[in-house]
Design a protein around this ligand. Structure first.
Ligand SMILES: Cc1cc2nc3c(=O)[nH]c(=O)nc-3n(C[C@H](O)[C@H](O)[C@H](O)COP(=O)(O)O)c2cc1C
Length: 194
């Protein structure tokens, strides 16, 4: 599968929500970055998954989670590796090695704007997506948040969907419910199989 050719419609069992445009500092698709340092060149080496797919991979999930780890717990409970999905984690700290993903993936991101929509995407996720070699493989987005933030609930999903031109596949609150776990696991399996 080649980059940016398979951003198809979501499976019916995955909730598709409308994408809305919003201001964010993710570079538009197609924007290139000059490689001028050895560190830049090293980014082209694919990273190892946190959870490696059992058998031939059908796709990947890339997720971010802060120190509170709500998203990390949700992802661990999905057991996506048992369904042929590689799982990668976006590094939390600037000193951590950069994440390089070179296969089709859906990104899962908690919203972190404190109610300010234009700040909804965590800086770590912006950094990951601003690498054109990572951004080339994005196929969809799943967002989480807290309904206490009203209109900014899960706003990171709207921003990434609009900026990267991929479907906003699903949203859930905090650590999710067992129903969210099943919807994400089954929805991703069908999404990558289609
Ligand atoms: C400082 C802060 C700002 C947040 N801002 C938003 C927000 O604007 N919209 C939203 O839906 N949720 C917001 N949340 C809720 C988080 O998205 C939610 O707690 C999420 O589960 C955190 O995931 P993590 O523990 O994996 O980092 C915010 C949480 C914190 C701590």
């Amino acid at each position: 599968m080649s980059p940016n050719t398979a951003a198809g419609a979501a499976d019916q069992s995955v909730t598709t929500v409308a994408a809305a445009s919003s201001a964010a500092s993710i570079a538009p698709s197609g924007e290139s970055e000059a490689r001028t340092t050895p560190a830049d060149a090293a980014r082209t080496i694919p990273s190892a998954p946190e959870y490696a797919a059992q058998g031939e991979p059908i796709g990947a999930l890339v997720y971010f989670s802060s120190a509170s780890e709500n998203t990390a717990r949700f992802v661990a409970g999905c057991h996506l590796e048992q369904h042929g999905i590689n799982v990668y984690r976006v590094p939390l700290r600037p000193a951590d090695p950069p994440l390089n993903v070179r296969e089709p993936y859906v990104i899962m991101v908690p919203t972190y704007g404190g109610g300010v929509i234009k700040k909804a995407v965590p800086i770590q996720v912006k950094r990951f997506l601003n690498d054109p070699e990572n951004r080339a493989w994005i196929r969809g987005v799943i967002a989480s948040g807290n309904t206490n933030f009203g209109e900014a609930y899960c706003a990171a999903g709207n921003i990434i969907s609009a900026k990267c031109h991929v479907p906003f596949l699903y949203k859930y609150e905090l650590m999710g419910t067992p129903e969210d776990t099943a919807a994400v696991r089954d929805g991703l399996t069908r999404f990558f199989a289609s």
